[in-house]
Ligand binder design. Structure first.
Ligand code: ADE
Length: 247
C-alpha cells in the first residue's frame, strides 16, 4: 500500500514516519510513504501556498491550485481509493477505520492548515475527512502521522510478532488485558499467579476476563454501556465496537 501525504510542513513528518515499525515496514516493501511539500506545486516567484480568506476573516487559507496540481499528478500515476483531509470537523478516528484503511490500495492524506483549506478542495477532491479527536491541533501533520502509523502497523508482516497487532486494545472492541514481565515480584507486588502457571487455557480465559472487566470499568461506551450513546458511535461512520457479545 502507498500513502501520499501533502503538507506545507514536511519536516513535521520526518521523524514520526522515519523510525521503528514504520521504517521497517517500508524497508520490507509492505508500505510506501511519500511526503509532498505543497509549496513545490505552487507557482510564482514566492511559491505562495496560502492567501487571505474572502469575506475578511482572520487567518490564512490554503490555496486550491497547488493541492489540485499535486493530487492530479499523483492520480495520473496510480489509482487512489481515498483522499483524506485531516480536520477537527471529520469523523472521529478509531480502530475500525484504521482497519478499513489498511485494506485499501493507495491513499492520499492532505494535512489541514491554519484556518483551513479552500472549500473547493474539500468539495471536489477529498473523499473522507478524519479527526483524531475533539481538540484542535495547529495543523494536520500530527494527525496524518497518527493515521499512517495506525494503518501501517497492522499490515500483515509489519510487526515482528504477528499475533501482537491482533491483541491490541480495540482490535476486538475491548481494551487489552494487563501485561507483566520479570521480575515475578517487585516491591512486594506479585504478578498474577495464573500467568506463571503454564496453563495456557487458564491464561487465555484470565486475559479475556481482564479485557472485559477493564473495558466495563474504563470504557463502558465501547460496550454500549451507560456513557455509550448508541454503543460508542455506530451511528457515525467508523464508530462503535466490532464485537458486543461476552465470550
Ligand atoms: N487538525 C487540527 N486539529 C485536528 C484534529 N483534531 N484531528 C485531525 N486534524 C486536525
Amino acid at each position: 500500500m502507498r500513502i501520499d501525504i501533502l503538507t506545507v510542513v514536511p519536516e513535521l513528518l520526518v521523524s514520526p514516519l522515519g523510525e521503528s515499525i514504520l521504517k521497517r515496514a517500508c524497508a520490507k516493501g509492505l508500505a510506501e510513504i511519500a511526503v509532498h511539500n505543497i509549496r513545490d506545486w505552487a507557482e510564482g516567484r514566492h511559491r505562495q501556498v496560502d492567501d487571505y480568506p474572502f469575506g475578511g476573516e482572520a487567518g490564512m487559507v490554503l490555496k486550491p491550485e497547488p493541492v489540485f496540481r499535486c493530487v492530479e499528478q499523483l492520480k495520473s500515476e496510480r489509482r487512489y481509493d481515498e483522499v483524506i483531509y485531516t480536520s477537527p470537523d471529520g469523523i472521529v478516528y478509531n480502530q475500525r477505520e484504521a482497519n478499513r484503511l489498511s485494506t485499501l490500495g493507495n491513499i492520499i492524506i492532505i494535512c489541514g492548515h491554519y484556518k483551513g483549506l479552500d472549500h473547493r478542495i474539500r468539495e471536489h477532491l477529498v473523499t473522507r475527512e478524519i479527526s483524531i479527536g475533539d481538540y484542535v491541533l495547529t495543523g494536520g501533520e500530527l494527525a496524518a502521522a497518527v493515521i499512517a502509523d495506525s494503518i501501517v502497523r497492522i499490515i500483515p508482516g509489519a510487526i515482528g510478532d504477528e499475533a501482537s497487532a491482533l491483541t491490541d486494545s480495540f482490535q476486538d472492541g475491548l481494551l487489552a488485558p494487563p501485561v507483566y514481565t520479570r521480575p515475578a515480584e517487585f516491591n512486594g507486588w506479585k504478578v498474577p499467579e495464573v500467568l506463571l502457571s503454564g496453563n495456557f487455557a487458564r491464561i487465555e480465559q484470565w486475559r479475556e476476563e481482564q479485557a472485559w472487566d477493564r473495558t466495563q470499568r474504563l470504557r463502558p461506551d465501547l460496550l454500549g454501556g451507560p456513557d455509550g450513546r448508541a454503543g460508542g458511535g455506530e451511528d457515525r461512520p467508523g464508530g462503535g465496537p466490532e464485537r458486543l457479545e461476552k465470550p
